[in-house]
Design a protein around this ligand. Structure first.
Ligand code: FBP
Length: 279
């Protein structure tokens, strides 16, 4: 069937989103912690460790990997043509002063992401931050350029700032999600609200724009994390963008596979933990 009036870019966005959400769901390995968390998660000499982690998640068959441009450049032979690439174009270090912690800087351009072979770009907006304006401006310019190239734009829609008392509060997460769709996000990554019922409301407010859960701090038992993922899927979520709960796992590949099976095969958390030998 012909689709007159549908732009080349709209087709490109749809095609590339399909590379990430192949069956409408995705496990995205988020790996920007070297910059975002620095030594808290990574020592500067961790170069080989980082490569090894990327190798393992690629072998586990995750759907996509979200990297900053520099790491994408240095590890391309590991991920290229094996998983989809999302290039994150904003970030912040933990070295910055207190008054600027709720701000993400522009690190690269959409053209850099295109040059790297990206299937999508990503940027964080800390909704509610005292620097909201700056991040919205940055988001809009990323979105405009991405659209011109037919690239989907993933927004890490994170409510955060002096006025945000509890960033996991369902009302607050819903508000951030609404804000993300208002500025044209094609895919939303946000905080898990702690229950299936509340996350279902977040999904509902996104009105069909896919929402994935942000992994967050490492859960004590892998099965607890898998339970959150399972609840997100039951709530209508489209998957997860996870970092630490995978790369800090005792067996990285097994954990990544378990998350994949919960997301794509609907395995229960307990079954997945048992199948992959996760304590
Ligand atoms: P995790 O699953 O490890 O939380 O990674 C998701 C993520 O959004 C990363 O992309 C980012 O670096 C990190 O969380 C930010 O965490 P925070 O700013 O909350 O410390």
């Amino acid at each position: 069937m012909a689709h007159p009036g549908v732009s080349y870019s709209a087709v490109g966005v749809r095609v590339r989103l399909g590379r990430i959400l192949r069956d409408g769901k995705a496990v995205i390995f988020a790996f920007d912690h070297g910059l975002e968390h620095g030594p808290r998660d990574f020592l500067p000499e961790d170069r080989l460790v980082a490569r090894n982690i990327i190798q393992q998640v690629v072998e586990a068959g995750v759907d996509a990997i979200m990297l900053l441009p520099g790491m994408a450049r240095l590890t391309h032979e590991i991920w290229a043509n094996r998983v989809a690439l999302i290039v994150k174009l904003t970030g912040k270090t933990e070295m910055r002063p207190e008054e600027a912690v709720h701000l993400q800087s522009r690190l690269a351009t959409v053209e850099d992401a295109v040059a790297l072979g990206a299937d999508a770009v990503a940027a964080t907006v800390y909704w509610g931050s005292e620097h909201e304006d700056q991040m919205v401006e940055s988001w809009l310019s990323i979105k405009e350029a991405a659209e011109a190239y037919g690239l989907p734009a993933l927004q890490l829609a994170y409510p955060r700032g002096k006025n945000i008392k509890n960033r996991y509060d369902p009302e607050i997460v819903m508000y951030g999600t609404r804000a993300a769709i208002e500025v044209g996000a094609d895919l939303i990554k946000t905080y898990y609200t702690g229950s299936r019922e509340t996350f279902a409301k977040v999904v509902e407010i996104a009105q069909g724009i896919p929402v994935v859960m942000s992994g967050g701090a490492v859960r004590e038992r892998p099965v607890d994390f898998l339970k959150d993922v399972s609840d997100v899927m039951a709530a209508g979520g489209s998957g997860v963008a996870v970092g630490r709960n995978v790369f800090r796992a005792k067996d990285i590949k097994a954990m990544a596979r378990a998350v994949m099976e919960v997301v794509h095969e609907g395995l229960s958390p307990e079954e997945a933990a048992k199948k992959f030998g996760l304590a």
